[in-house]
Design a protein around this ligand. Structure first.
Ligand code: OGA
Ligand code: MN
Length: 283
């Protein structure tokens, strides 16, 4: 009998899976429980994992096929699927993305077929700061007044990567995009409310990070509607704050969550590996 335990991390999102080693192939019965916990709580945490890049990739691939990242310069050298988030420098060069996700977003929503999930694995964690916030977008949708739900039914929004803006921040170490990368980053249009393909539940799908406009509305109307929706999407009562410990592996569902990296004292090191799991077109 499996000794797997599942413990909620907050009332709104997050569960910890206890008793699972990501290095060991997961039996189908255990996987079914982990997968259900993930669908129910949108983000699951596996503490104290010791994952080589190979192990991290195969552990993540248990949940679905992996996907590369448009920012190839931040992949772990020689690898296709492991993105490095880090403030380490080697010969003055950033070894990873130092400022990833410091705004509310759902990963890569600026592509037509955004990833289903991401698994972030913390190798070095600052003693304080650098938490990740997760906002449950089922709850955000449920909290909308009925009139607002009616108003946004069927609306679509445009999502664009804000790379240029991030790069222009003082102190940004981000390298310019290649022409091919720019082409890949043309943006995408998605429903404002998406239906989760596995749970069948509705979730808000707009973010301050990537959503630039609601289609078919005048600019000021689009802006104020987005602002109103973002208020619900990021309300304190829909947020779980993940305080990292070294060797946490955190798997989140981009179809029902937004997340937000927080800052930390840059004299500390924060070094992480991320894999990305392919998704399907939002509807
Ligand atoms: C990401 C991301 C948040 C963090 O990896 O997609 O947004 O806290 N990371 O590093
Ligand atoms: Mn992210």
């Amino acid at each position: 009998m499996s000794r797997l335990e599942i413990k909620p991390l907050s009332a709104v999102a997050g569960a910890e899976v206890i008793g699972l080693d990501g290095n060991v192939p997961i039996a189908d019965a255990d996987f079914a429980r982990v997968h259900k916990a993930w669908l129910d709580s949108c983000v699951i945490v596996f503490r104290d994992q010791r994952l080589s890049p190979d192990a991290h990739e195969s552990f993540s691939a248990r949940f679905g096929p992996l996907k590369g990242h448009v920012l190839k310069q931040y992949l772990l050298p020689g690898r296709q699927f492991t993105l490095v988030l880090s403030n380490k420098k080697v010969n003055g060069e950033a070894v990873g993305l130092e400022d990833a996700g410091r705004y509310w977003h759902s990963d890569v929503s600026y592509e037509d077929v955004p990833p289903m999930a991401s698994m972030l694995y913390g190798l070095e964690i600052p003693p304080t700061g650098g938490d990740t916030l997760f906002a449950n977008q089922y709850a955000a949708y449920t909290n909308l007044p009925q009139a607002l739900r009616d108003r946004i039914a069927g609306l679509k929004a445009r999502h664009v990567f804000n790379y240029g803006k991030i790069q222009a921040e003082p102190g940004s170490a981000r390298k310019p995009l290649t022409e091919e990368q720019q082409k890949q980053l043309a943006g995408a249009v998605h429903p404002v409310v998406r239906t989760h393909p596995e749970s069948g539940r509705k979730a808000l799908y707009v973010s301050p990070g990537f959503t630039v406009a609601i289609e078919g509305l005048a600019a000021d109307e689009s802006k104020s509607l987005l602002q109103e929706l973002i208020g619900y999407a990021t309300a304190p009562e829909v947020i779980y704050r993940h305080v990292w410990k070294p060797f946490d592996a955190v798997l989140w569902d981009n179809r029902c969550l937004m997340h937000h990296a927080t800052t930390y004292d840059p004299t500390y090191t924060r070094h992480m590996h991320r894999t990305t799991i392919a998704g399907t077109r939002p509807f």
